[in-house]
Design a protein around this ligand. Structure first.
Ligand SMILES: [Zn+2]
Length: 83
């Protein structure tokens, strides 16, 4: 599969040729966009991400799957104060 979404790995064959192997990149762990802590309730299994509805892949709330709960509450308090 020659797709740009796949990672390219150069491998030398026993015959001395250099060939490109294509590897599917793994899904990383979701982290908070502000503090960088790991987020809960966000699936990393590629099978789940493909088969299941979006609502069951991450928390169904504001910034679900983007911010951790403590950073979200802080952001909401700051937004209330500024308006
Ligand atoms: Zn955070």
């Amino acid at each position: 599969m020659r797709s740009r979404s796949l990672k390219r790995v150069w491998r030398r064959t026993p015959g001395g040729r250099t060939v490109i192997h294509y590897r599917r990149s793994k899904v990383g762990v979701a982290v908070c966009g502000v503090c960088g802590s790991r987020l809960g309730g966000v699936s990393t299994s590629s099978e789940v991400l493909r088969k299941v509805a979006k609502s069951s892949k991450r928390p169904e709330r504001l910034f679900g799957g983007v911010l951790c709960p403590s950073c979200l509450s802080l952001a909401l308090k700051l937004s209330v104060r500024s308006s």
